[in-house]
Ligand binder design. Structure first.
Ligand SMILES: NC(=O)C1=CN([C@@H]2O[C@H](COP(=O)(O)OP(=O)(O)OC[C@H]3O[C@@H](n4cnc5c(N)ncnc54)[C@H](OP(=O)(O)O)[C@@H]3O)[C@@H](O)[C@H]2O)C=CC1
Ligand SMILES: O=C(O)C1=N[C@H](C(=O)O)C[C@H](O)C1
Length: 243
């Protein structure tokens, strides 16, 4: 059993984690949300898990550093300043930080990287993601990581991303990544990267149908990170997928 503090406990992911905790050999010693004091739970836990809201992550990371507790972050939508603030604490505690804890999406990351490298510039990447109507950030954290992967493979910059198209946008250049965030209904999380080339197109898709996959990944990360050296880890480290 590993003892966890869960931040964002009343939310969709908080509920999904609580539903499987016992089966995954996790004891939730503190289930907190906005307005709750994390300190008593932090003192008792072995690791904290954050699935809450972008503004909440850096303050929690600061407290984890103060009490010497590892942190697993699933929350997305951080501003560049918030990301920087959180990253500072990776010099004080072990941290696993991932925009998507599913095994399937991590395979998608790998396949998209390979495809972006193998296919030439004339195979145009377009990224489409769809989530439920309650999601507050766009594009998704998963989409942001897919964009990083495509940019790295193709030598592109964030300025070469085109988020949605409207009006006289002109012809699509080769060195562009189209990004389209769809919202509606109760979609758990779909991500497609399309490479549209001359005479053919390749589509790589992952569709999540149950939040359990994210919850299982996050709890696996919580078990894994306890006792690890200080530093920043990704889900690839937890899954042993790092090249
Ligand atoms: N990495 C991954 O694999 C996944 C990541 N996510 C991400 O996890 C996050 C949560 O998603 P989801 O559960 O669907 O969202 P919800 O909106 O359902 O839940 C968020 C929870 O966080 C609480 N909360 C809001 N602000 C704060 C705060 N300042 N301090 C502490 N708690 C706060 C909310 O409380 P209240 O209701 O009182 O506002 C609520 O209980 C999102 O960023 C989402 O993108 C989601 C799925 C998978
Ligand atoms: O908010 C969600 O629901 C999800 N968020 C994560 C993201 O932003 O990528 C992961 C998953 O797609 C579900």
């Amino acid at each position: 059993m590993v003892k966890i503090l869960l931040n964002g406990a009343r939310g969709r992911m908080g509920q999904a984690i609580q539903a499987i905790a016992a089966a995954e050999e996790v004891e939730i010693v503190a289930a907190i949300d906005m307005g709750d004091d994390p300190v008593p739970g932090l003192k008792e836990c072995e690791v904290a898990i954050d699935f809450s809201f972008h503004e909440a992550t850096a303050p929690l990371a600061k407290l984890c550093a103060e009490y010497g507790k590892p942190l697993v972050i699933g929350t997305t939508g951080h501003t560049p300043e918030e990301k920087e603030a959180v990253a500072e604490y990776t010099a004080q505690i072990p941290m696993v930080w991932a925009g998507n804890f599913s095994t399937g999406v991590n395979l998608l990351f790998y396949l998209v990287g390979k495809a972006a490298k193998i296919l030439g510039r004339e195979y145009h990447p377009e990224l489409i993601e769809m989530h439920h109507c309650h999601k507050k950030d766009a594009p998704s954290g998963t989409a942001e990581h897919l964009l990083e992967i495509i940019r790295a493979a193709r030598g592109l910059t964030p300025e070469q991303e085109m988020h949605g198209r409207k009006g006289l946008v002109g012809e699509r250049p080769d060195d562009e990544i189209g990004v389209h965030a769809l919202r509606g209904g109760d979609v758990v999380g779909d991500h497609t990267v399309m490479f549209a080339g001359p005479g053919e197109r390749i589509e790589l898709t992952h569709k999540a149908s149950d939040r359990r996959i994210f919850a299982q990944g996050a709890l696996r990360a919580a078990h894994w990170v306890v006792g690890k050296p200080i530093g920043l880890y990704r889900i690839e480290d937890v899954l042993g997928l790092r090249d």
